[in-house]
Write a protein that binds this ligand. Structure first.
Ligand SMILES: Cc1cc2nc3c(=O)[nH]c(=O)nc-3n(C[C@H](O)[C@H](O)[C@H](O)COP(=O)(O)OP(=O)(O)OC[C@H]3O[C@@H](n4cnc5c(N)ncnc54)[C@H](O)[C@@H]3O)c2cc1C
Length: 401
């Protein structure tokens, strides 16, 4: 249906943020400290679920405490795993206490709602049920599905992966230019205790069900989330592999509703992050680590880096800010993503994986470090070096690009 100018109401803002996941809430929260009118839009009704393991790493918790003052609120909505277990298929390889740094898991409905509330408390206007259906990157205007037109000096695309906004404006990022090179992940929520027995808060990782990927069981407040993710081009039948995993783990189908899947960007290089007045953050910008698939931290950080980069809203200042934002993101993420990618490629070879499993079986320190890596407590670079020091074979992989 085409709309005449009179039918479309127009409102003007300094900043419009499209998508109210962690990236959008963060961009709105940080940009509100600099600009008067910031509106955050989401197509869904909040609080809304989002397919996600909901693991909140230590570095994410530190960022939330430092910048947002979030501590007790997060404690309240989190389940904390005391123990981590590593399996190959359904055979336990090792289990380890996670103390003192427990692993935190949240339902994304609670977590994202908490962030949006904090953004609203800081003065951001939030409107849900507002799907952006049209966008003009030169004028900085957009239309929502309820026929509202908005105009802004800056538009932030935080609409997840693969981003509708970046597609609309023809912004090809490294991640969205070919979906095959990204990860796909499937999940189900099962009734708590139906699998973990006794409700013990254990987080479990499974190797062997996906090539260049892993499975997980993460404890939440009322359910356990089971998932399997892997690089799409090496796991073309990932849904079938996930069903095999559920069968192997003897999960009774009556304990869960449908299996759902979603993409996770999985690249070491960042592509373009802006076009004219439009800037990408979070998944929309392709920001998740290529080994574990952690994205929440990078979503929050990119929102902050964007706000740090934007000084003024006139077009020439925005052009300079675009370069600053790209440089800040490259400096902050690319080195980590490079090492995560290196580890991923290394572990995708069976011989190397077996070698690492041997190390994990024999070394409590490496076990602990693996869990610290998943918990965001040590960097991919540091973990890689720790592996290197254990074997000359790995050294070869370090010196080859
Ligand atoms: C199965 C799975 C498990 C994962 N597990 C973890 C984990 O345990 N820990 C972790 O850190 N990361 C995990 N990730 C990655 C993590 O979920 C993402 O990286 C993170 O959600 C990115 O946040 P975001 O704000 O960029 O995007 P999203 O969280 O996807 O938010 C995008 C928002 O934009 C809205 N939107 C989309 N289009 C429009 C539109 N046209 N108009 C208006 N609104 C729109 C959507 O409704 C949504 O609310 C997982 C991902 C998957 C798929």
């Amino acid at each position: 249906m085409s709309l005449t100018v009179q039918e479309v109401k127009e409102r003007t803002f300094d900043v419009v943020v499209v998508g109210a996941g962690p990236a959008g809430a963060a961009a709105a929260f940080y940009l509100k400290k600099k600009f008067d009118s910031v509106i955050l839009l989401d197509k869904r009704v909040f609080p809304r679920e989002k397919l996600c393991g909901g693991a909140i790493s230590k570095k994410t918790r530190e960022l939330l405490l430092r910048d947002w003052g979030i501590k007790e609120d997060l404690e309240e909505i989190s389940t904390k795993a005391q123990t981590g277990e590593l399996y190959i298929k359904n055979q336990l390889i090792t289990n380890i206490s996670l103390k003192p740094d427990l692993m935190y898991f949240v339902s994304r409905a609670d977590f994202d709602h908490l962030l949006v509330q904090k953004a609203v408390n800081s003065g951001v206007v939030f409107e849900d049920s507002k799907k952006v259906i049209q966008i003009d990157h030169i004028n900085g205007s957009l239309v929502t599905s309820d026929n509202q037109r908005m105009k802004a000096d800056l538009i932030v695309a935080a609409d997840g992966f693969p981003s509708f906004v970046s597609k609309q404006i023809g912004l090809r990022t490294t991640a969205n230019s070919n979906l095959r090179f990204n990860a796909l992940a499937y999940e189900v929520d099962v009734v708590k205790d139906s699998f973990t027995k006794g409700g013990s808060d254990v987080s479990k990782l499974y190797l062997g069900f996906a090539n260049t990927g892993y499975g997980w069981v993460f404890p939440k407040k009322t359910t356990d989330t089971l998932g399997l993710g892997g690089l799409y081009e090496r796991n073309l039948n990932l849904k079938d592999d996930f069903i095999e995993m559920l069968n192997d783990l003897k999960i009774d189908k009556s304990n869960f509703k449908g299996i759902k899947g979603h993409w996770i960007p999985s690249n070491q290089k960042l592509g373009k992050l802006s076009k004219d007045r439009i800037f990408l953050v979070g998944d929309a910008a392709g920001l998740a680590d290529p080994l574990v698939g952690e994205g929440i931290y990078y979503a929050l950080r990119s929102g902050k880096l964007l706000a740090d980069s934007i000084t003024k809203l006139d077009l020439s200042s925005i052009e300079i800010s675009a370069r600053t934002y790209k440089t800040k993101c490259e400096k902050s993420f690319e080195n980590e993503f490079r090492y995560a990618y290196k580890l991923r490629e290394f572990l995708s070879k069976e011989r190397n994986l077996n070698f690492c499993i041997k190390i994990l079986k024999s070394s409590k320190t490496m076990n602990k470090d693996l869990l610290r890596l998943v918990n965001g407590d040590i960097t991919f670079k540091k973990f890689w070096w720790k592996l290197i020091l254990r074997s000359p074979i790995l050294f070869y992989h370090f010196i080859t690009p």
